[in-house]
Every structure is written in structure tokens, then in C-alpha cells.
Ligand binder design. Structure first.
Ligand code: HEC
Length: 109
């Protein structure tokens, strides 16, 4: 059983690795951008990366909850561009930040 789970997890990371090398021109670029620039803290599912939560605390790492849903795109894009608390200002272009947020929003549905 344990082995099956390990294999499933390894498979997932191999799959995620393929996605993150996809070019930004892909329709899935929001996903690729999110996995490259955001998932390290927020997790591939937007619920927060556990390892990062241990390092910097879990405050704000879950971005698929109702608190985040209530906020407007403008509010969240400003936060992504400028940073907030332990989140650094994003180095992505404004268009890429929008795509990454769009993908994060899609995880919350
Ligand atoms: C170094 C870790 C880190 C990275 C990388 C990071 N974030 Fe964050 N993010 C945080 C933390 C910590 C908070 C909570 C900030 C606070 O204290 O208000 C946060 C907050 C947010 C929020 C606000 C949630 C809310 O309800 O207010 C959104 C949306 C968000 N991040 C999206 C992103 C996106 C999109 C990216 C990638 C472009 C990203 N983050 C990259 C750590 C990170």
C-alpha cells in the first residue's frame, strides 16, 4: 500500500515537472506560471505547501478559501505585484501575474 502511494506521489511530481517546462505561450500558461512561481508556497492545489508552512508559518498560504474568494482581482493583483507580509513582490510581468491569479482562482472553484 505504502509503495503504491509513493509511486502515485512520484508520478504526480513527474507530471508536474512536465507541466512546468511548458512554454508561456501555452493555453495552460497560468498553470505553468503558478506551479513555477507560486506553488512553492501556496501548494499545487492552492491550499498551502506544508514544507513552506513549517518554515514561514501557514498564515495566508491557503488561497482557495472563502476569505480569498471574497477579494477582488484588483485587490489580489496589487498584493501579488507588491507583496504582503511574508509574500515577496512577484517578479512576473503584470500579464503573467494575471494568468497565475486566474489559475489560482480556478483552483478555488
Ligand atoms: C515566498 C512564499 C510565497 C510565494 C512565492 C507566493 N506567495 Fe502568495 N502569499 C504568501 C503569503 C505568506 C501570503 C499571506 C500574506 C499576508 O500575510 O497577508 C500570501 C498571500 C497571497 C494571496 C492573498 C490571499 C488573501 O486571501 O488575501 C494571493 C491571492 C496569493 N498570495 C497569490 C500568489 C500568487 C498568484 C503567487 C505567484 C505569482 C504567489 N502568491 C507567490 C506567500 C507566497
Amino acid at each position: 500500500m505504502g509503495q503504491i502511494i509513493t509511486l502515485a506521489i512520484a508520478g504526480f511530481f513527474m507530471w508536474a515537472g512536465t507541466i512546468s517546462t511548458a512554454s508561456a505561450a501555452d493555453a495552460d500558461s497560468g498553470k505553468a506560471l503558478f506551479e513555477k512561481s507560486c506553488a512553492g508556497c501556496h501548494g499545487a492545489d492552492g491550499k498551502g505547501n506544508e514544507k513552506m508552512a513549517k518554515l514561514i508559518g501557514d498564515k495566508g498560504l491557503n488561497i482557495v478559501g472563502s476569505e480569498t474568494k471574497k477579494k477582488s482581482d484588483e485587490q489580489l493583483l496589487k498584493l501579488i505585484a507588491e507583496g504582503a507580509g511574508k509574500m515577496p513582490a512577484s517578479k512576473l510581468s503584470p500579464a503573467e501575474q494575471k494568468q497565475a491569479l486566474g489559475y489560482a482562482r480556478s483552483l478555488a472553484k
